[in-house]
Design a protein around this ligand. Structure first.
Ligand SMILES: NC(=O)CCC(=O)C(=O)O
Length: 264
């Protein structure tokens, strides 16, 4: 299976419309890949909080339309990263879109863990509640977004729902790049799954982005890692390795659930 992670640069000098056109062109260039992945909130930038309300779209808005067409033009499964979605009641969500090679929507995932503590995304956006998996011909994707990477229980939920390839679009800052790489590898090792983690390049809202999109195999080995700037990271992997790893080192079967809290 071939996956291409588009580590697009999100800089303030470029309009959302220009970046949307550029992202679509980059997706079309990946014809021949099985799966193409874009990062989190690449239209606005994940830290450009003031843009969320201004650039929010209905689910089937301009980014949806452009990406559906790009997926069908390229004939690829497309995880189109996430958009600031405005639902019919006016609530904003950080929503990922996955399209089939025919350009139909296969899944939408609203980010569950919002970043920012008492500001930014955490106060501007609503939280998703639903785990989302997507069945591809050769693997099952489990969807998560950026800050979700810090919450292993979400990923265990995805594994329990059948996920074998964990896809994590992000707008991760350079300041915490070491966490990004460490957590991507940790999720791969503990869940015995492929991790495809696609971040942004560039600088927006004064926050330099980490880049360093990364693909990790179920043994925790890094199959490919991008540099700091915009690039397309392409990797070939065998999704069946999830099954062999889980068979040969069946640690997931040793999970003990429902432990008692300490007695005082
Ligand atoms: N957009 C995000 O979720 C940023 C997450 C982050 O910076 C971190 O977890 O650290």
């Amino acid at each position: 299976m071939r996956a291409s992670l588009i580590q697009i640069a999100v800089n303030e000098g470029e309009s959302v419309e220009s970046r949307r056109r550029r992202a679509a062109a980059l997706v079309r260039e990946q014809a021949g890949a099985d799966l193409v992945v874009l990062p989190e909130l690449w239209t606005t930038g994940a830290f450009a909080f003031e843009e969320f309300g201004r650039e929010a779209e209905p689910l089937e808005g301009p980014t949806y339309e452009t990406m559906a067409k790009a997926a069908s033009d390229a004939g690829v499964w497309l995880h189109a990263g996430s958009i600031p979605e405005r639902d019919p009641e006016g609530t904003l969500y950080n929503t990922s879109l996955v399209f089939t090679p025919s350009g139909d929507l296969a899944a939408a995932y609203r980010k569950i863990h919002r970043f920012g503590f008492d500001k930014g995304e955490a106060v501007l956006m609503g939280a998703g509640r639903d785990l989302v998996t997507v069945r591809l011909p050769d693997t099952t994707l489990g969807l998560a977004t950026c800050y979700d990477l810090r919450f292993p229980e979400l990923f265990r939920g995805l594994v329990d729902a059948g996920a074998q390839t964990l896809v994590v679009p992000a707008g991760w800052p350079e300041r915490r790049r070491a966490h990004w790489t460490l957590l991507a590898r940790a999720r791969a090792v503990e869940d015995q799954a492929f991790v495809l983690a696609c971040s942004t390049a560039g600088t927006h809202a004064g926050v330099p982005q980490a880049g360093h999109s990364i693909v990790v195999d179920p043994w925790g080995e890094v199959l490919a890692e991008a540099g700091h700037d915009e690039e397309v990271l392409t990797v070939d992997f065998d999704p069946a390795e999830v099954v062999t790893t889980r068979d040969q080192f069946p640690a997931l079967k040793d999970r003990v659930l429902g432990l008692e809290p300490p007695r005082r």
